[in-house]
Design a protein around this ligand. Structure first.
Ligand code: ZN
Length: 450
């Protein structure tokens, strides 16, 4: 009988595509090797009364918007691993330069300082970057690229439909599995709406921010991107779907035969625009009315939405500047540490089966980004990345306990039910009862054609 290095004993496994299984998990080195009963190991974690999930895969993360990439590679992945997240997809950014100038440093940071494994989705802005995509894929195993149809003043540029089509064709030429991720909002509609809001409503509430980013601008952009993706023959991944109209546009595009994967994020599932935390929840696209939020939950239930991420963009309260109000508060907030509890808490309130939530947060992103079954399941041969969850544990969100660089959370003060009690990454218990108990062991993951 195998003597395992680590055994997770007596838990209820939630295995995407299979369901709940009462079994022990036997780990040797950094891999799962056995599922069974009465397994023995040098170290045993007793998961009696808990559920054991595959490590959470957050496909939508921004790192280094406030501190350096290197610093946030450590601080924000520390918050991630405490929250049960073991793999992240990072939207790396270079507005002008070739990514060859930045990839070595980004990769080194994730290899040397991160608590979680990572993949990169470079944000594409220039013709040179489009020309170099096949080389990024060859040298760094990158198989997903990101395009912004609507930028953010001072942060990100918008790209026009010409760049989008040229970029899509390049993505498709690299391989059928390579993904075009798109921030879908029609830039001109957003720019006009934002200008008018500034003029007509210099002061306002979080709810007013939605007027700067009309839901119809999202829906129109999804239809445009889907049309271009179809003629380019590329797999389209719509990031952070936020609205009822956006959901309808996703359905139309699929009915029209577009290969499309749709993502939403836990801030949209957990926060409405009437939230008491106000501008702490300001982001782009915006959190919307309860009606939109209900439409997102319906799309979680009926399978229209495939994956769930965070759009984590950590800031400190001083630079977030919530007192700056409707136009002065900056978009973005930390959401890695609350990702899983928000999903579990609100998923339960909306009566969504746990299996469905776990699938969206683990297997679906792993499949989409070419890492399944290494990630996204609990099976012999898979990486030993697991999160052990107490579904009944209730905690009030306290920013300092999340252990990222931020001193606020858009969920602060909120009582959430369902928290991780331990996270195993690469066969080692790294987080336990809210504390980090092992050094970082994350790696940048290169991907290969299937
Ligand atoms: Zn984002």
């Amino acid at each position: 009988m195998t003597e395992h290095d680590l055994v997770v004993r007596n838990g209820t496994l939630v295995i995407p595509g299979i369901g709940r299984v009462a079994a022990d998990v036997g780990i040797l080195g950094d891999r799962i090797v056995t599922l069974g009963t009465s397994l023995s190991g040098k170290e045993v974690y007793d998961a009696t009364g808990k559920v054991v999930l595959p490590g959470i895969f957050d496909p939508h993360v921004h790192i280094g918007n406030e501190l350096s990439f290197e610093e946030e590679a450590e601080s924000e992945t520390r918050a991630a691993i405490l929250g049960g997240v073991t793999t992240i997809g990072i939207f790396i950014r270079s507005l002008e330069d070739s990514y060859f100038q930045h990839l070595p440093a980004f990769r080194a940071a994730m290899d040397e300082r991160a608590y979680v494994d990572s993949i990169f989705h470079p944000q594409i802005f220039t013709d040179q970057q489009i020309d170099e995509m096949p080389a990024y894929t060859r040298d760094y195993g990158i198989r997903s690229y990101k395009f912004y149809m609507s930028g953010m003043p001072g942060i990100v540029k918008s790209v026009g439909d010409d760049v989008l089509l040229r970029g899509f064709r390049q993505v498709a030429s690299i391989g059928a599995d390579v993904i075009a991720c798109v921030h879908c909002e029609t830039g001109a509609l957003v720019a006009r709406a934002r200008e008018e809001l500034q003029k007509n409503r210099p002061q306002g509430t979080l709810a007013d921010w939605e007027d700067a980013h009309p839901a119809d601008a999202e829906a129109l952009a999804i239809r445009t991107a889907a049309y271009l993706a179809k003629i380019a023959g590329v797999h389209l991944y719509v990031v952070h779907v936020s609205s009822k109209q956006g959901i309808a546009a996703v359905k139309l595009a699929r009915a029209d035969g577009t290969a499309l994967t749709a993502e939403t994020i836990t801030p949209f599932l957990g926060i409405s625009s009437d939230d008491a935390n106000g501008f702490l929840a300001k982001m782009v696209p915006p959190v919307r009315t309860p009606e939109h939020r209900a439409a997102l939950w319906a799309a979680v239930r009926d399978g229209t939405l495939d994956t769930v991420g965070t759009d984590n963009t950590s800031r400190r309260r001083a630079s977030k500047n919530p007192q700056g109000g409707l136009h002065g508060a900056r978009p973005g907030h930390p959401s890695l540490g609350t990702h899983l509890p928000v999903l579990l808490h609100h998923g339960r309130l909306h009566d969504i089966p746990l299996e469905r939530l776990v699938d969206m947060a683990t297997r679906k992103p792993a499949q989409t980004y070419g890492l399944y079954p290494r990630k996204g399941t609990i099976a012999p041969g898979s990486d030993a990345d697991l999160v052990i969850v107490d579904l009944d544990l209730e905690k009030v969100v306290e920013p300092s306990a999340l252990r990222g660089m931020s001193d606020f959370s858009p969920f602060e003060g909120r009582l959430l039910r369902g928290w991780p009690v331990a996270t195993i990454k690469g066969g080692r218990i790294v987080a336990r009862d809210g504390d980090i108990v092992a050094p970082p062991s994350g790696r940048y993951l290169t991907r290969t054609a299937p």
